[in-house]
Design a protein around this ligand. Sequence first.
Ligand code: CMC
Length: 436
Amino acid sequence: MPSNTLSVTDDRTGRTYTFPIEDGTVRAADFRRIKEKDDDFGLMLYDPAFMNTASCRSNITFIDGDRGILEYRGYPIEQLAEHCTFLEVAYLVLFGKLPNSKELDNWVFEITHHTMLHESTKTFMEGFRYDAHPMSMLISTVAALASVYPQASHVQDPDNRLLQIKRLIAKMPSIAAMSYRRSLGFPYVYPDNDLSYTENFMNMLWKMVEPKYAANPILARALEVLFILHADHEQNCSTSAMRAVGSALTSPYLCVASAASALSGPLHGGANEEVIRMLDEIPNMAAIPAYIQNVKAGKGRLMGFGHRVYKNYDPRAALIKKIADQVFGVTGPNPKLDIALELERIALQDEYFIARKLYPNVDFYSGLIYQAIGFKPEMFTVLFAIPRTVGWLAQWQEMITDPEQKITRPRQIYTGPRALKRLVPLAERDMEAAKV
Ligand code: CMC
């Protein structure tokens, strides 16, 4: 009868240790029992970049990277994208169940009535240089909200947490729109409570002198679906940042600022901006094979390709490709789409990409749609951060309420000197330097 345990023999001592296997996992802390001498620290596990380490238990998002499956709370992403609004999905991700009409109405009302920003935010915005990147403005401004809401630091109080969750989800589009208008030198637009989450965002971005902003319904729905697809993605770099910073019981505004900072990097959410820059560098179809050749030769990466978890087509990329047709039906085609499609076609037939299981990820096509809708590339990662705030907050809440979680504190393998050195006084060091 096989037992659900792992037996490990330490060849240094000949001793065998047996550890339980639970959920296909062994506990790293069990390995501390493996010692050569009694006063040893015990064995550690070395896992740079957490390639094979589960840092938490989570019941929010499921990904099967080999089969290209993504689910929030047990619902396939395809169904959510087809049938739900973004705030409905936000409710699901945060509270674990789809709302009924009454719950949804209350939730939408609550979010809608927290969209206003403190007026001092305007003064704060004016402090940025005229060409500041909108992502830097978003990150700094959300961090500044920690000063507006100092009581948010009572993170162990569930009611207080819920209030900050609502505020953050409501205010991220307002801050994002403000950063956008600031970068264009346009006056700020206040939220309009008659509009849906995405329509109101579009209103704050693009309303000019008309008395009431009317969003194109196809574009508003496309943005809504893009928001749904970006709402959560389990323990990625920014979510891990959210959990790590939050584990010190830091204010959620500062946690979201940290997570958004992680997201801004070109290997993570910043990739959507880089995809457009890459497509700009490819003048025509004939230039694609040479571009791919350069990538294979190690001169840069194919941005929007590859994923740590997906070793199959990213299901979000497949859905985004479908939305592209609807959006281009309204805006006219994005001329870069043909280059992107051909790039994908060639890459998916190439041995280099096949062997490494590199497929288009969520960022490959999203930028093309954002650009067609009218966003500058600098705004793309901001558009990722708004819906991902929901996932960050759900994961933060799960972490705070998980009795197994403590402050994040990985170990290291120290590789520096251990022999005690004599400290040479500065004057002596200067004399030595003068001799050289
Ligand atoms: N273009 C060319 N080669 C690549 C690419 C790419 N986009 N991605 C990975 N590779 C190669 C890499 O050079 C390596 O080859 P080798 O084994 O010969 O050294 C192999 O594939 C494995 O790559 P890795 O860097 O070990 O994989 P990783 O899991 O550490 O990195 C990744 C994942 C997403 C950072 C990487 O695929 C990448 O840099 N992609 C481009 C940036 C990008 O699109 N990022 C968005 C990710 S999806 C949105 C999000 O959630 O953030």
